[in-house]
Write a protein that binds this ligand. Structure first.
Ligand code: SF4
Length: 493
């Protein structure tokens, strides 16, 4: 869409709204006016009688609409607040003009961004009280009552988790970028074992080297690892011996007395064996993810998972036989070939398996996944909404509560991913990473470290996604661990 920003430069705000309301459109900033009949949006920021006013005029499919939003200048307590409020009215005016043009109201209204819970937590932390927080969501952001309620519950879970964390508490992520085969909807640069078997051993050696360097930095900075999460990829692609060697090294390198949980993703049932599960239990791994995504064999085939729903049941039976695991199961609403009735059956079947956690994702059509490339037929936004509504209606009846949520770009219908849990089985790591409660240190392929300071300062660094590149750069990666120590020294000074 052609965009004309007049007397301001809140490009990011406008583009976020554009992406939310018109996901197929890309922003253009032409110097010349839009031609006769061309779609455009003109967003003006002006000032009158002590108010700043954002006015959006939009032409879409020949129809012209306009609307505005305003804010009193007396509310600008500092430049940060001023910028945030101006950005908000720019978004709102664009949002209102789009709705006037007939765009369907998104469930999250004019609230953009990956972490809607942050706003709720901020309002609660500021002592605004629940009624005022709900009013802001409803009136200022036009969020539906269902999403507002969801957000309130997850915000409480975040605040409870935050109270348990000390300043030096961190999580550690370990990335294993291998999978048995590549799923059709996956944009993660996971190397399928079929193609890269020879890289697993040198990758593993490099990983142990990085673990050693990371542990030195953790000790030097005086940090406590409270949660460890091994993800990927599919970590259980590693052999039982490799898993044993990794966790043995971890126990030798890191003070595990602060560790409150260890999670290993065993997403693909074709990688789960009793031997591996016993190794994990022996090393105090207490949480495991077995991910069907769907319990429909037809949909599994559509997404190239190369396993059946029965394989999931068998894998889960092995996990229960090994004993002692909190189990998470990931599902995705909006997969190609799926429909509302089939998704409902998936939910019903997963509920009979009674995992402690169920994570209900919405398909995000990312670049790099063969689904977006092939334009496979996907359920529309209305159907995805009905799938999520069914999950939100059934899961509480079976004793699950929402405890974290986040959104992604290019999600079907602009919805969200929600982690549901039986009381007391929450994953601390999931809350910490989604709500940025503490630093996430990370090692391994495609792993991203995020150092989080109490004042909101954030510094990110990344490990290469491709195993070959990771192996080649391992010495450089190890040297960079000093950045963690420097960051915490600076924090303390
Ligand atoms: S198992 Fe997960 S990471 Fe691996 S290819 Fe499938 S979706 Fe991607």
């Amino acid at each position: 869409m052609k965009l004309y920003l007049i007397d301001h430069n809140f490009r990011y705000a406008v583009e976020q709204m554009l992406l939310t309301l018109f996901p197929e459109e890309r922003p253009e900033y032409p110097a010349e006016p839009a031609a006769e009949g061309e779609d455009y949006a003109r967003i003006v920021l002006s000032e009158r009688d002590g108010y700043r006013i954002a006015t959006s005029r939009m032409r879409r499919d020949g129809q012209i609409t306009a609307d505005y939003a305003s804010v009193p200048m007396s509310s600008f307590t500092d430049s940060l607040v001023k910028n945030s409020k101006l950005s908000q009215i720019v978004k709102l005016s664009f949002y209102r003009a789009a709705l006037a043009a007939g765009v369907k109201k998104p469930v999250w209204g004019a609230l953009t961004g990956v972490r809607p819970g942050k706003l709720m937590e901020k309002l609660l932390r500021e002592g605004k009280g629940v009624p005022e927080a709900l009013r802001v969501f409803r009136e200022e952001y036009d969020v539906t009552p269902e999403r507002t309620g969801l957000c309130l519950k997850t915000a409480y879970a975040t605040l409870r988790a935050a109270e348990t964390l000390g300043e030096k508490d961190v999580c550690l992520y370990v990335g294993i970028p291998f999978c048995p085969t590549r799923c059709g909807y996956c944009s993660f640069v996971s190397q399928s074992v079929e193609k890269s078997m020879a890289l697993i051993e040198p990758f593993f050696e490099a990983l142990l080297k990085e673990l050693h360097a990371e542990a030195e930095a953790i000790r030097a900075a005086g940090l406590n690892v409270v949660s460890l999460y091994m993800g990927g990829g599919t970590p259980t692609t590693l052999s039982a011996e490799q898993l044993d060697a990794f966790f043995t090294a971890l126990e030798a390198e890191i003070d595990c007395s602060h560790l409150r949980e260890i999670t290993v993703e065993a997403g693909r049932p074709d990688t789960i064996t009793l031997e591996k599960l016993r190794v994990l239990r022996a090393h105090n791994v207490g949480r495991i993810s077995v991910n069907p995504q769907t319990m429909s064999d037809r949909v599994l085939e559509c997404i190239g998972r190369r396993h059946t729903a029965e394989d999931i049941r068998s894998a889960l039976a092995l996990v229960r036989q090994a004993g002692g695991f909190t189990v998470n199961m990931d599902l995705i609403a909006g997969l190609p070939g799926d429909d509302v009735e089939t998704f409902k059956k998936t939910i019903d079947q997963v509920l009979t398996l009674a995992p402690e956690n169920i994570t209900v994702h919405t398909l995000s059509k990312k670049r790099g996944s063969s689904i977006s490339e092939a334009e496979a037929p996907l359920p529309d936004g209305v159907a995805v909404g009905q799938m999520l509504d069914y999950a939100a209606q059934e899961l509480p009846d079976f004793g699950y509560e929402p405890y974290y949520l986040y959104r992604q770009k290019f999600m079907s219908g602009g919805f969200e991913n929600v982690g549901w849990t039986k009381p007391g089985s929450e994953s601390l790591y999931n809350i910490c990473i989604m709500e940025e409660l503490c630093s996430i240190l990370a090692i391994g392929g495609g792993a991203s470290t995020k150092l989080v300071a109490s004042g909101g300062r954030i510094q990110r660094s990344f490990c290469p996604k491709y195993p070959k590149e990771y192996i080649e750069k391992i010495d450089e990666l190890c040297q960079k661990k000093q950045e963690i120590v420097d960051w915490y020294r600076e924090e303390e000074s």
